[in-house]
Design a protein around this ligand. Structure first.
Ligand SMILES: Nc1ncnc2c1ncn2[C@@H]1O[C@H](COP(=O)(O)OP(=O)(O)O)[C@@H](O)[C@H]1O
Ligand SMILES: [Mg+2]
Length: 252
């Protein structure tokens, strides 16, 4: 299977992390698909939903690499590249067929331009070693712009039933189209309870509909108890997510 990238985007609070966690649950149990899951929200919600709390984040890799460059330990670009790749590999937490990488909160000030290009190349290389890269993006448009990830095969736009969140999804789609960043876009409408409501919401937008996810008490319970989504049994929300994304995830 060739390497593909899904980026989960949308307004804050619509369910991006919840849906990403349900996708990770599915993918970790699919040995034929090696997945790299990236928590690209600096607040770090996906790690919490998965019960993964890595000691090393991309932020550490960036800061250590800059320190190395400034202390001239890595005097040649090739040395820096090698140590960045090594550190990135160390930052991965594995769970069955899934590897997890967190961006982490960026606290340090200063210019990271010298390492950013190397980091971007190393990330692209890392991602190419997996069948699938799944990115839980932060709210808004920034990460489409910032090129944290390379080509996006599926821009997964999540919205609830509010017009506001649909407009945010459309704005992200528009920007991605203008920048030529996404090969395809699809909409998941979260927290709706029937097909008629989902269709009525979808009438207000031209983004292709992949499916809708019901409001689910099991999700609420897992969230309240901070239980890892890997432990969740099949429930209406997970079944709906699996169904909506199955053709894309498993390459059928
Ligand atoms: N289908 C759902 N059923 C029940 N609760 C949900 C569902 N989707 C999201 N939530 C809840 O909504 C809140 C926001 O979801 P979250 O995934 O963190 O949003 P985002 O990542 O887009 O900011 C969380 O408390 C989450 O548990
Ligand atoms: Mg989130």
């Amino acid at each position: 299977m060739s390497s593909r990238t899904i980026v989960v985007c949308g307004k804050g609070g619509v369910g991006k992390t919840t849906i990403s966690a349900m996708l990770c649950r599915r993918l970790a149990a699919a040995p034929s698909v090696r997945t790299l899951a990236v928590d690209a929200d600096h607040a770090g919600g996906l790690g919490l939903a998965l019960g993964l709390d890595p000691d090393i984040t991309l932020r550490h890799v960036r800061e250590q690499s800059l320190a190395e460059l400034e202390s001239h330990v890595a005097s040649r670009k090739a040395d820096l590249h090698q140590s960045v790749e090594y550190r990135l590999a160390e930052a991965l937490t594995e769970r069955d067929s899934l590897a997890f990488l967190a961006l982490g909160r960026s606290e340090a000030q200063g210019c990271f331009c010298a390492v950013n290009a190397v980091l971007k190349r190393a990330l692209a290389h890392l991602s190419s070693q997996f069948d699938l890269t799944l990115v839980d993006a932060e709210a808004g448009l920034e990460q489409i712009n910032r090129d944290v990830v390379g080509d996006i095969d599926l821009l997964l736009l999540v919205s609830d039933t509010s017009v506001k969140s649909l407009r945010v999804a459309e704005a992200i789609q528009k920007l991605a189209t203008r920048l030529g960043r996404a090969r395809s876009c699809g909409l998941l409408i979260n927290r709706v309870d029937d097909d008629a409501t989902a269709r009525a919401v979808h009438q207000r937008t031209s983004i292709p509909l992949l499916g809708w996810i019901p409001q689910d008490d099991e999700v609420t319970r897992f969230d309240a108890e901070a239980r890892p989504f890997f432990e969740m049994s099949d429930t209406p929300a997970t079944i709906a997510v699996d169904r909506a994304l199955a053709p894309f995830l498993l390459g059928d």
